[in-house]
Design a binder for this molecule. Sequence first.
Ligand code: FES
Length: 120
Amino acid sequence: MPKLAIQDVGEFDIPEGKRLVKAIEDSGVDILHRCGGYARCTTCRVEFLVGEPQMRTVAERDKLKERGESGVRLSCQCLVEEDMHVRVIHTLQSTNLDDPGATPEDNITPEPEWVPLEEK
Ligand code: FES
């Protein structure tokens, strides 16, 4: 079972293949996911310190490019398939929002089309 270390929070055993945003939330972190996990809002951004997945979805690639974001990943578009260490960027507590967003589905949405990380 992969281990997920969350900066300043702790380390957790995560079922292999679990959606990262769900793994973070189920570990007790109030991570934002304002679009419900559809690669539209970027509020679920994390920084990888260890174990960054080398594949990403086209939806993630295109959204981060559109927003001019680099050095971060969308946790709603990542699966926990190996040990990881991440830093969560936005939590509900760090904002004045009322809720983190609609609950993301268990599977990656929209239907993922995978491309290598280095593919621009
Ligand atoms: S981009 Fe909105 S929850 Fe991931």
